[in-house]
Ligand binder design. Structure first.
Ligand code: DX5
Ligand code: ZN
Length: 241
């Protein structure tokens, strides 16, 4: 297991905080605020205007994030094969690709497995595979050997602040059952639509990583929000003791 994957696993269950609704002109301060709150992972939403309607950021943004937080890069881009390496070079710790983004997803995941971390030569990138709400989880079956983390999108990618799809918690349970039946140790992540009101249920369903954007960066009380969601995500571990 790579050092980065071991570090990620040691943090779970936990949150990965998205910056789409953060104050992008003062990102250093926003990242410091997350650190102060005890958050260990920052989530970067990369949208290409094709796979999903919006366009956001690219490798230069990932490189520009001056932070000790793990950089969790979510690629919502079509045909990611030739676009992976610049994100690894930019210092991404986790790179997630969408199962719907290419017919050659196996090749994409294999290629991701050959890339080295841009700042820690020889160290592998954590490989994530993301599923839109309408995509059958059965597509995971043939890819179980090539994945470190499965992300269940609770919303259709494109915007912050959408409502969580009703099937999400059942899909978390289904993914965990598939992983357990195969004897694998793959993390399960939920991304999108997370609120103060539903995060405890998502944690209880067994999510190892919970991506949350607007529930933290709401333009009001980001640090207190970050502490709240982190405690809620970790509560599963406390109950399990
Ligand atoms: C969806 C992105 C999510 C989302 C999170 O397009 O992948 O990471 O922006 O934002 P919230 O938590 O506000 O739904
Ligand atoms: Zn995301």
């Amino acid at each position: 297991m790579s050092g980065t994957l071991a570090r990620l696993r040691s943090l779970c269950p936990t949150v990965s905080v998205g910056t789409l609704t953060a104050d992008l002109m003062h990102l250093d301060a926003e990242l410091e605020l997350l650190e102060r709150a005890g958050v260990g992972i920052v989530h970067v939403d990369v949208m290409d205007g094709c796979f999903c309607p919006q366009m956001t950021v690219g490798p230069a943004y990932v490189k520009g994030l001056r932070t000790p937080l793990l950089k969790d890069v979510h690629l919502m881009v079509e045909e990611p094969l030739d676009k992976l390496e610049p994100y690894a070079a930019a210092g991404a710790d986790i790179i997630s690709v969408h199962v719907e983004a290419t017919v050659h997803i196996h090749r994409v995941l294999q290629t991701l497995g050959t890339l080295e971390h841009g700042e820690r030569p020889g160290e592998a990138i954590v490989r994530g595979l993301a599923f839109n709400p309408g995509t059958p989880l059965e597509w995971l079956g043939p890819l179980l050997d090539e994945v470190d983390m499965v992300t269940i999108l609770a919303i259709d990618p494109g915007w912050s602040g959408q409502i969580m799809a009703s099937a999400t918690l059942g899909r978390v349970a289904r993914a965990k059952a598939m992983i357990a039946a195969a004897g694998k140790e793959i993390l399960v992540c939920v991304d999108g639509g997370v609120t103060r009101g539903n995060i405890a249920d998502i944690a209880a369903a067994g999510a190892d990583l919970i991506v949350t954007g607007s529930a933290v960066f709401d333009g009001k009380a980001a640090e207190a929000n970050a502490r709240f969601v982190l405690a809620a995500a970790r509560a599963r571990r406390l109950y399990a003791l």
